[in-house]
Structure formats: structure tokens, C-alpha cells
Design a protein around this ligand. Structure first.
Ligand code: IMP
Ligand code: MG
Length: 187
């Protein structure tokens, strides 16, 4: 069984992703260098694990790392409604500059809930760094908090994509590139 055969089209190759992740790392570095405070990067598991692992190695500053886990998708390709935090932070974010690291922003539900949550925990700023953004699907508006910024790798067309951490039914996360899944796979 070859998973590459399940891909209709590769949207971003390993090389393209790697170059873009380096750019994002440099931007984050530049923005945090002057603040003299150690940021906490919070990955949204599971999807962001590959991106986060590559991104942190492009940020040459002291930082701390944590994860939250949110469920919203179940096993389909259509959102199941309000996302729930099922694994909580371990670090205390009170007074900290947080960078939420996400694989893809779709409706915006997940990030808007996480931003509210981090705000309630007293984070002093909340930035968002997402590898992909599907702006055409946005239903909920969210904004970074305080002096936080919005970093985005690539704008994604309204198609279901997998690879580089992104899954369909928990599969395909280990593909090194990002591609469109053939619709017959999830029909
Ligand atoms: P949102 O809450 O609708 O913004 O959804 C965000 C979550 O939906 C992401 O973290 C992904 O886990 C999932 N998601 C949205 N679009 C895709 C896709 O094209 N492929 C894989 N997962 C997706
Ligand atoms: Mg996700």
C-alpha cells in the first residue's frame, strides 16, 4: 500500500515547507528578541507536532514549550461543532507571552476558544502561528491578544489537505509534504 497514491496533488513540497518554516522562525525571533522575556510556544496537538518540531529549531532564542489537545473533527472531513480542550496545559501562562502553534485554521473555532482560554489563564500576550490558513472557510473571527501577532505560512485553498502533521482519520500525518487527498478516499 503506497500512501502517495492517495494524493491528488502536492500543494507544498518538503523544500517549500522547510523554507517557509525558516522564514516564520526568523520573524518570531525578530519580534521576541527585543522583549527580553521567554515566550511559551503552545502546540495544538496532534496536528501541529511536525510543524512545531521544525519551527522551534528555527527560533534561536530561549523558549518553553507545551501542548494542548483539542477535539473538533472526529474522523470525518466536516467539523463536528464546538471544539473541546481534552488535554490541558502543564505550564503556567500567567504573565507569559504565548505563541499558539496550529497546523491549519479552518472555521476559526479552535483558535477562538484557545485564545479565550489562554486569556482567562492570564497570558500577557497571545500570538498565533499557523502553517496553513483557509480564509474562505472562516466562520468565527479571532484576533491575537495584546501585543500578539498573527503568523501564517501559506494560504490554503478550500480543499481537504493532509501530510506534515495533518491527518484524515488519524492517517497521513507522516507524509513529508502537504497534498490534497483524493476525494474517493473519504467518500
Ligand atoms: P477550525 O476549528 O475549524 O479552525 O479547525 C481547525 C482544525 O480542523 C485544524 O486544527 C485541523 O485539525 C482540522 N482541519 C481543518 N481543515 C483540515 C484539512 O484540510 N485537513 C486536515 N485537518 C483539517
Ligand atoms: Mg489541528
Amino acid at each position: 500500500m503506497n500512501f502517495d497514491d492517495h494524493i491528488l496533488e502536492v500543494l507544498w513540497s518538503e523544500d517549500q515547507i522547510s523554507r517557509r518554516v525558516s522564514d516564520l522562525g526568523s520573524q518570531i525571533c525578530a519580534d521576541f528578541q527585543s522583549r527580553n522575556e521567554v515566550p511559551v510556544l503552545v502546540g495544538v496537538a496532534n496536528g501541529a507536532f511536525v510543524f512545531l518540531a521544525d519551527l522551534v529549531r528555527k527560533i534561536r532564542l530561549p523558549l518553553t514549550l507545551d501542548f494542548v489537545r483539542v477535539v473538533s473533527y472526529g474522523i470525518g472531513t466536516v467539523t463536528s461543532g464546538i471544539p473541546k480542550i481534552i488535554v490541558d496545559l502543564k505550564l503556567n501562562v500567567l504573565g507569559r507571552h504565548v505563541v499558539l502553534v496550529e497546523d491549519i485554521v479552518d472555521t476559526g473555532n479552535t483558535l477562538s476558544i484557545l485564545i479565550q482560554y489562554l486569556k482567562s489563564k492570564g497570558a500577557s500576550s497571545i500570538s498565533v502561528c499557523t502553517l496553513l490558513d483557509k480564509p474562505s472557510r472562516r466562520r468565527v473571527h479571532f484576533e491575537p491578544e495584546g501585543e500578539g501577532k498573527y503568523y501564517c505560512g501559506f494560504e490554503c485553498p478550500d480543499q481537504f489537505v493532509v501530510g506534515y502533521g495533518l491527518d484524515y482519520a488519524e492517517l497521513y500525518r507522516n507524509l513529508p509534504y502537504i497534498g490534497v487527498l483524493k476525494p474517493e478516499i473519504y467518500k
